[in-house]
Design a protein around this ligand. Structure first.
Ligand code: TXA
Ligand code: MG
Length: 345
């Protein structure tokens, strides 16, 4: 298949909407990460997403809408908590899980009776969905198991030849996937942390829970509420080791390990910050941002993991971050990439 790469100009969005209406696949920018879109109401179109990504078919897709009026067509009931959250954060990086109506096929929800819905803030994404006239199912536009794409180049790397079209909207703003909140029960539950943080939601709602699957590896037989959380996402090719402790101790531990590994002929990558980068003299050093500006760390994390994959490093050592606010989402992605291996020094 010849994959067309286009800009976000209106004429291209119109062409892309046509592709979506006729059951094809279009990758597009959102404010979180790039999405791989198909008509969410067409089971055979959704099936193509699973095929292009190599994604397990029990991992449900998020349906993206362009207007709040589309919500009631897809879900049975909009609980008050969901109305409040949609009012506060839509359009934006928040996905809500509802009981689905019959129009939403099981092929889109991975066989579940619930459907995840999000109204993205990115203008290209919303205009594309509006022009398509149907909700758009869109997982992140990466091959299954690779870091989510934050630039069109990443999508091209993974999807060239597999999908009809890629809309290049430049670098995304946030860099981590949306916060997912299940609103089907009495107390809302965070299924995946994102840039709408636990602290923000707690302040607005008073009561909110966090699904166990976010905090650590599940025991055998335990099931996460978001099926995707059980897969080893974002797994870099190299073994990633996350190092936590006082900054000085972390830096000196990583330096010592990198010196040892390098001596044995291993290629080692280091994920650090602007605050510490000058202190490393060996290994391939990548700063992912400023500790005092966690949004810069969120923006760069996936691109750096991809870069280390391309460089074929054998090991990656990463500094770690506080789990508060946006750090919760950053550490969730890093912990998963590290297979929950954390070295405390
Ligand atoms: O920011 C985002 O959410 C991006 C952009 C493209 O919108 N999309 C995204 O999709 O991250 P994906 O497919 O990579 O992740 C969707 C997550 C998976 O972990 C999946 O299991 C969960 O959402 N999910 C989808 N539908 C669900 C449902 N009905 N119940 C529980 N979890 C659901
Ligand atoms: Mg994904």
């Amino acid at each position: 298949m010849n994959t067309k790469v286009v800009s976000g100009r209106q004429m291209h969005l119109e062409a892309a909407a046509k592709v979506l209406k006729s059951g094809g696949l279009v990758a597009f920018p959102t404010e979180t990460v790039y999405g791989l879109g198909a008509n969410a109401l067409d089971e055979s179109a959704s099936a193509k997403i699973y095929q292009a990504k190599g994604r397990p078919s029990d991992n449900p897709l998020i349906a993206h809408i362009s207007s709040i009026d589309d919500l009631e067509k897809l879900v049975y009931h909009v609980p008050d908590i969901a109305k409040k959250l949609a009012d506060l954060y839509w359009p934006g990086p928040l996905t809500l899980v509802f009981e689905k109506r019959d129009v939403v096929p099981y092929g889109t929800t991975g066989g579940l009776d619930t459907v995840a819905i999000r109204m993205p803030a990115n203008e290209i994404a919303r205009e594309l969905i509006r022009l398509a006239g149907v909700p758009i199912a869109a997982p992140s536009a990466n091959l299954s198991g690779r870091p989510s794409p934050t630039r069109a180049e990443h999508v091209i790397q993974d999807m060239d030849g597999r999908i009809d079209m890629i809309i290049d909207g430049g670098s995304v703003g946030i860099g981590l996937e949306s916060t997912i909140v299940d609103v089907t029960g009495k107390i809302p539950v965070i299924l995946r942390p994102g840039s709408i943080t636990y602290e923000m939601l707690k302040k607005e709602l008073g009561e909110i829970e966090v699904d166990k699957a976010i905090e650590g590896p599940l025991l055998k037989g335990e099931k996460p509420k978001a099926p995707g959380m059980k897969y080893k996402h974002y797994a870099p090719k190299a073994e990633l080791k996350l190092v936590a402790g006082m900054e000085r101790d972390v830096v000196s531990y990583i330096k010592k390990e990198v010196a040892n590994q390098s001596e044995q002929g291993q290629v080692v990558g280091i994920i650090c910050t602007e605050d510490t980068k000058e202190q490393y003299s060996q290994g391939i050093v990548r700063s992912i941002g400023y500790r005092s500006k966690e949004d810069t760390i969120a923006q760069n994390l996936f691109a750096v993991l991809r870069e280390f994959d391309d460089l074929n490093v054998d090991y990656i050592y990463s500094e770690s971050f506080s789990k508060e606010n946006l750090g919760h989402a950053i550490m969730n992605r890093l912990m998963k990439a590290a297979g929950y291996h954390m070295i405390e020094v």
